[in-house]
Design a binder for this molecule. Sequence first.
Ligand code: AMP
Length: 444
Amino acid sequence: MAGQHRCDIMKHNHELSHRAVPATTEHRAAVSDLEQLPFFDLGLIPEICERVTKIGYATPTPIQREAIPLILEGHDVIGIAQTGTGKTAAFMLPLIDSLLCSPPAKRKDEPRVLVLTPTRELATQIHEATVSFAQRTGLRAVVVFGGVAQRPQEREIAKGCDILIATPGRLNDLIGQRVVSIDSVEFLVLDEADRMLDMGFLPQIKRITAHLPRDRQTLMFSATLSHDIEELARRLTNDPALIEVGGRRKPAEGITQKIYSVMRLKKPELLLKLLTELSQGEVISDGEAVPMRTLVFTRTKHDADRVAHVLSHAGMNVTKLHSDLTQSERTRALASFKAGKFDTLVATDVASRGLDIEDITHVINYEPPMSPDDYVHRVGRTARAEKTGVAITLVSPEEEPLMRDIEKRVGAEIERTIVEGYAPPPPIEMSQAERRRLKGWSRR
Ligand code: AMP
């Protein structure tokens, strides 16, 4: 569909760049200028290529190289990509291109692109990237999510909304109240589709997609390709192209993974020791000394509170992020961590998916997460955009089976380090008779 709309300027560019013998010297200069632009060979119009150059993207990432031409040709796409692979630009650049190369919407408050994403943080991040990509194009992007007042979002939509980025709950409310109509949507993006299913958004997604025109282009992105994702893809897409970038369920190459074996009660102390050492040492990333910026993951909100309390009590420069905080507290914590006011953020998995916080040098798992996928998402917060990073997991003896499951799925055996004074107690050696006796006791 978008392929049919490819505009004249596009054809012109390709004629310029692909003609064997350009007619004049100026012509030749124009061709070679265009060919110098990164992303131009993917079929994007020069305005967009120039914009990404200004942003600082020198070459497309693998998912961008594969997805952009397919999206420009109008195909539905299912993208299986690890976190931090550049997938926002992979879908948003060709969609902006398609909007610019086709007639504008009849009503300025009816979006032509709809992006559904699971969390408010992710929605904000996609919105920020979109605003930056679409600068000076005249296109307006609006973000809506729950947990904050609705009126300002309504006003933003009324001002004009070509691209709507939304979490499913708030969007359904707005559709129900007729604040927004999605009748004119030509392009649907489901970002982090696996996460949306995990969070129980399937009924909401079904309700939203029931309102969408059938004649649309659909792009679905997911970190994993499960049976449920395939089912959703069958329902929403039409003859999709499948793109898979990097091995599934494996952390990025630039991540050094480490495990510290430690007794459970000693974890807060060991964490403090590691963070103190990290903040005193020089962190080297790609040959350069950079300030430490660490993300500590805990499984529960309670643990996040407790760990953040212990660390700040000991004088560490730490903030926290979890879903019990108000939206403004979450936004503030994230913004000040991003701005470098804090060097450590303690967070639950609400922060593990898709969040793009630049230059995280270390991820520390306070305990192994329950699923290997969560592990990949968590450690994927470091070493983004092909940088390097370190992922440390604190593992107590009772958590070893979980960790071994993770290692099996990521296909790597990770070396265990034991720090003197923190070693877990050795397993208790029991004779057969003692074991039998113990079983007998527990029955009584
Ligand atoms: P994403 O996977 O979309 O969250 O992107 C991860 C990070 O990579 C973001 O900071 C992007 O700005 C950055 N990025 C995306 N594409 C490129 C590119 N082609 N070159 C350099 N950085 C990029």
